[in-house]
Design a protein around this ligand. Structure first.
Ligand SMILES: [Mn+2]
Length: 354
């Protein structure tokens, strides 16, 4: 059987067997993936952003009544034993418990914490799922980690612990990445993209650590926004034209900067399809990025890609001041919205374009 067919079957099984929940107009959800929590030692990838993550989870999402989806690779079980992780990060588990007690926690497994679905009740207090479906009217959002779109992971998951390395990310957020080169990463995204567009659903994944919104990387998205603005420009009144000029310059500079800094071969290409691009693939990114955390939010019937970072870290790394977004209280942390669209708009495009 060809690989693509096996993967389609795998994903169909995930989709069919996933627990389902209807999304209401007042529901708020936040989706994090790829925490890779370890033992708190210097090789623990979670450690650098642990304080930021804890702050955001407690002060924003727990307080504001969000439901929490942990979309895989929460624990780094390929390098650490669960009891050690649980002991070191007790404060984080206390927060997970608070969501769980109110029925607001959904925990999905990835390839690095897959064991938990086998022996969950013995080691972890939470139920674990392979996938989760949110329904929005007649539409469906399929949440799963993403490694299921790779035969490599399906067949050789036990061998992977060895190949950890760094990759520069198209969003300009340098994330710690796992066990694959950009070509493999792209292949996984492409397979999920093809599956989601064929089934006319939105797929929300993690795993590649590369934040995506509407199947677009940051570079694609900047190009797209510049084009849209340039089309509007000739017909605008003077004041509006000025605002557009400023935006184009900002976007252009971001684009140039990203092009200059990104690694060859990581072009962030959106060519999952030769035809029109369907906005069916979203990726929450990860919690262990060198320049912060990204996540997906659903609230007020909109989907949002959000970036959290510590401005002290940003200044130390880039020499630039505070950066975009808004400060969170009196903390050194900032929240920046990368992209946002109403679910109705996303789904009308998925339905009409496929
Ligand atoms: Mn993974």
């Amino acid at each position: 059987m060809p690989a693509s067919q096996i993967i389609t079957q795998n994903l169909d099984t995930l989709f069919r067997e996933a627990p389902r929940q209807a999304l209401t107009a007042t529901d708020k959800w936040v989706i994090f993936s790829d925490l890779h929590m370890g033992d708190g030692g210097r090789n623990d990838d979670f450690l650098p952003n642990a304080a930021l993550f804890t702050y955001v989870l407690e002060q924003k999402y727990l307080r504001e009544g969000y439901r929490l989806v942990l979309n895989g690779d929460v624990e780094e079980l390929q390098r650490y034993a669960y009891p050690r992780i649980a002991r070191r990060w007790e404060s984080v588990y206390t927060l997970f418990d608070a969501f769980a007690r109110q029925g607001r926690l959904v925990k999905i497994v990835g390839n690095h914490d897959y064991d938990l679905i086998l022996k969950s009740s013995k080691v972890s207090p939470y139920p674990h799922h392979n996938a989760f479906v949110l329904t929005y009217g007649l539409h469906e959002l399929l949440l799963f980690h993403g490694h299921q779109a790779s035969l490599y992971y399906t067949r050789h998951n036990a061998l992977i612990g060895f190949f950890l390395r760094y990759l520069a990310q198209p969003l300009g957020i340098n994330n710690y990445s796992v066990a694959y080169d950009s070509r493999k990463q792209f292949k996984i995204e492409k397979r999920v993209y093809q599956y989601a567009s064929r089934r006319k659903i939105a797929a929300l994944i993690g795993h590649t650590h590369r934040p995506l919104f509407e199947s677009l990387s940051k570079i694609d998205s900047l190009k797209f926004q510049i084009e849209t603005l340039l089309r509007q420009y000739p017909s605008l009144a003077r004041r509006e034209a000025r605002a557009v000029e400023k935006k184009v310059v900002t976007f252009r500079n971001q684009l140039l900067k990203m092009n200059a800094s990104r690694k060859a071969g990581l072009a962030g290409s959106s060519r999952y399809s030769r035809d029109i691009l369907i906005p069916c693939l979203f990726n929450s990114g990860c919690v262990i990025g060198h320049s912060g955390i990204t996540c997906l939010e659903i609230s007020q019937e909109s989907l949002t890609l959000v970036h959290y970072f510590d401005e002290r870290v940003k200044m130390a790394r880039t020499g630039e001041s505070a950066g975009p977004g808004v400060a969170l209280g009196t903390s050194p942390y900032r929240r920046a919205v990368i992209q946002q669209e109403p679910l109705s708009y996303i789904f009308s495009r998925i339905s009409l374009l496929t």
